[in-house]
Design a protein around this ligand. Sequence first.
Ligand code: KG4
Ligand code: ZN
Length: 361
Amino acid sequence: MARQPYQDAARQKAAALAASGHARILAIETSCDETACAIVQDGRHILSNQIYSQIDVHRVYGGVVPEIASRAHLEKIDVVLDETLAQAHCSLDEIDAVAVTHGPGLVGALLVGVSYAKALAYGLSKPLIAVNHIQGHIAANYLTYPELSPPFLCLVVSGGHSHLFRVQEGGHYTLIGCTQDDAAGEAFDKAARQLSLPYPGGPALDKLAETGDEHAYKLPIPSVEGAYDFSFSGPKTAFINLLHTHAQRGQTILPQDAAASFRKSVVDQLVMKTMRAMEDLGETRLAVAGGVAANSLLRRCLAAECADKGYALYLPQLALCGDNAAMIASAAYWPLMRGELAGMNLNAEPALRMSSYCTQS
Ligand code: KG4
Ligand code: ZN
């Protein structure tokens, strides 16, 4: 019998998985500074989730150094895969499909994961699914809440994104609003740097803010044209000016008060715009996604507002807010069921946008 080319074999296997509705997906995520691998059953149940964080490697530089990130992924990915398989008590033969983040992210870092996943899928003759990192963050909610299904509104807040999406059935999204300049995580990181907090700044600023007075300094909430759009560059500049003015005048400023005031200005804006969108669009279910979903004030404020309005709130468990591969495996389940497979020509797409899945509101 003639040997089937890879793509035919992958398609046949995907069709059989779609018919059964079941799939054990192995996912790889290397878009930034986490080398992550996970195995998820049916998009909902984590069998294993391993993350090698490069934080210690990059901390001395005060941020992620792309070349070092790529090399560290290359050095660690074999070990992380072995640990993932061992934790799930599963062999590569027992994997049904391979998923990988192909963008957005650092090109060299993405390429490690994409090349590795392609080699695995080809070698095992299994379907390959390409996942957008942002879709992965949204899918972290499906792991925390196995009963959750679209439609719902999702606030995506990470180091590179601040978006409001209406998540619909069938992998469709409507973009409701987005940042006009910096992302919320980026603003937290830059403010943290001003306070000489260690990288990564967002979690450090959040921790410090817990001990400060959030009313100590008033930072502006910028007016943005779009009703549900964000802007964080104004508050960030106002924060930097506040620190400089105090320094020039020889006045001391308590770092915890500065951190708490800045955190409040970012969170107030996120909560205000999100609640406005919920109300205007008649939504009743809100999910949050991305690294900043771990922010303690954001979680508290959204919980209070949603309880007040009677909305259902979905917050990913803390371990699934930051970058991980379980969310990528979860997000891959639905395209796999629809037969949307990647080929061996899959490439890293550092500037990949959500627009191909989006309709404009
Ligand atoms: O989703 P993520 O891990 O990576 C990206 O896709 O960007 O998000 C990382 C971002 C960083 O900016 C980090 O400082 C921020 O999320 N972050 C936080 C907190 N934990 C992580 N920002 C504020 N408060 C936190 N607790
Ligand atoms: Zn991320």
